[in-house]
Design a protein around this ligand. Structure first.
Ligand code: NDP
Length: 321
C-alpha cells in the first residue's frame, strides 16, 4: 500500500549530496524523506564513501580534520534537526514515467509503491572499483585508499603503490609524487590504457616506476598495510613489495541501475544533468553528487551539488503551484 500523502520530495541516498539536499529542503519546510540505504560493507551504504574513510582533512570547516563517519553523522543530525525523515531502507524500484513519482522499498516491487513524491533527488553516489582481496574494506583508511587527493598527504616520504593503468591511475600517481618518495605503478598487462600525454608525463616522472604485468594479490599487515604481495603475470611468480600505502585506481561505478531506461545516462553510466544544473531529462527529478559527477568526486563538491538540487527542486515545486 502506498504510504500517501504524496511527499514533496524524496531523496534517494545519504552521502554528502543527499544529506545536504535534505538540510536545504527541510529548512524550506518541504519535509523531505531520505531513503538512506542499508548497511553493507561497500560504499553503497548509509553515509556513502566517507563511511569507509578515516581522517578527512580537506573538508572546509574542520581545521584539525574530521573522521569520515563522524562527518556523516553530523550531516544526518543536522538534516534531522530541521525535520528531515531518514529511513534506513534501500529504494528497490522507481517509476518516473508519470507524476507523482513512485518509489518502492524492499523486495516486493510488484505491488503498490511504498512512497509517492512530487519530486525526487537522486544522490545514490558511486563506488570505487576494488580488487576484491581479503580484508580490503577494513584496510581502507589504514594504508589503503581510493583517493589520492584525500589521502596523499598522509604518505609523505613513504614508498607506495598505485594499482591501475588508466588516466585515473596515472593522475593519482603524479599527484602522489608530490608527497611519496617512490611510487610503484602496478599494471596488470604490458600496456597502459591511459592517454598518451598522461603516459608521457608519468614516464618522465623520476619517482614513478612502472611494474608491467604485475597484479597485487595480497595485503600484508595486521592493522595497517606493511607490505603487499605481487604476482608477475607472465611467470606467475609471487614476491613482496615493501610499501606502506596502496592506492586503487581501477575505475568507479556509479549506482545507477535503479534508473536504467528512465534517466538519461552518459556512456560511462553516470547520470546526465543539464549543464551546470542538477535537472535530469525528467522534469521534477534532480541528480546530485557522485552519481552525476565523474570528474571532481569530492565530498565538498557533492555537498555543493546537493544544495543545488534542493534549490532547484524547491523552485520547481513552487512553479508547479
Ligand atoms: P579506465 O577504465 O580507463 O582504466 C582502468 C585501468 O585499471 C585499466 O588500466 C585497467 O586495466 C585497470 N584495471 C581494471 N581492473 C583491474 C584489476 N582488477 N586489477 C588491476 N588493474 C585493473 O578507468 P579510469 O578510472 O582510469 O578512467 C575512467 C575514464 O575517465 C576514462 O575515460 C579516462 O580517460 C577518464 N579520466 C580522464 C582523466 C583526465 O583526462 N585527466 C583523469 C581520470 C580519468 P586493463 O587496461 O588491463 O583493463
Amino acid at each position: 500500500m502506498a504510504e500517501s500523502p504524496v511527499r514533496d520530495v524524496i531523496i534517494i541516498g545519504s552521502g554528502p549530496a543527499g544529506l545536504t539536499a535534505a538540510i536545504y529542503t527541510a529548512r524550506a519546510s518541504l519535509e523531505p524523506l531520505v531513503l538512506e540505504g542499508e548497511p553493507s560493507s561497500t560504499s553503497d551504504q548509509p553515509g556513502g564513501q566517507l563511511m569507509l574513510t578515516t581522517d578527512v582533512e580537506n573538508y572546509p570547516g574542520f581545521p584539525e580534520g574530521v573522521m569520515g563517519p563522524e562527518l556523516m553523522m553530523n550531516f544526518k543530525a543536522q538534516a534531522e534537526r530541521f525535520g528531515a525523515e531518514v529511513q534506513t531502507v534501500k529504494a528497490s524500484k522507481v517509476d518516473l514515467s508519470e507524476r507523482p513519482f513512485k518509489v518502492w522499498v524492499g523486495r516486493d516491487t510488484d505491488g503498490e509503491p511504498t512512497y509517492l513524491a512530487k519530486s525526487i533527488i537522486v544522490s545514490t553516489g558511486a563506488q570505487s572499483l576494488m580488487l576484491g582481496l581479503d580484508r580490503e574494506v577494513e584496510l581502507i583508511g589504514h594504508g589503503l585508499s581510493t583517493c589520492a587527493t584525500c589521502d596523499g598527504f598522509f604518505f609523505r616520504d613513504q614508498e607506495i603503490a598505485v594499482v591501475g593503468g588508466g588516466d585515473s591511475a596515472l593522475e593519482e600517481a603524479m599527484f602522489l609524487s608530490r608527497f611519496a618518495s617512490k611510487i610503484y605503478l602496478l599494471v596488470r598487462r604490458d600496456e597502459l590504457r591511459a592517454s598518451q600525454i598522461m603516459q608521457d608525463r608519468a614516464m618522465a616522472n623520476d619517482k614513478i616506476e612502472i611494474m608491467w604485468n604485475t597484479s597485487l594479490v595480497e595485503y600484508v599487515g595486521d592493522t595497517k598495510i606493511e607490505k603487499v604481495k605481487i604476482k608477475n603475470n607472465l611467470d606467475e611468480s609471487i614476491s613482496d613489495l615493501d610499501v606502506t600505502g596502496v592506492f586503487i585506481a581501477i575505475g568507479h561505478k556509479p549506482s545507477t541501475s535503479l534508473f536504467e531506461g528512465q534517466l538519461d545516462m552518459k556512456e560511462n553510466g553516470y547520470l546526465k544533468t543539464q549543464p551546470g544544473r542538477t535537472a535530469t531529462n525528467i522534469e521534477g527529478v534532480f541528480a546530485s553528487g557522485d552519481v552525476q559527477d565523474d570528474y571532481y568526486r569530492q565530498a565538498i563538491t557533492a555537498a555543493g551539488s546537493g544544495c543545488q538540487a534542493a534549490l532547484e527542486a524547491e523552485r520547481w515545486l513552487e512553479e508547479q503551484e
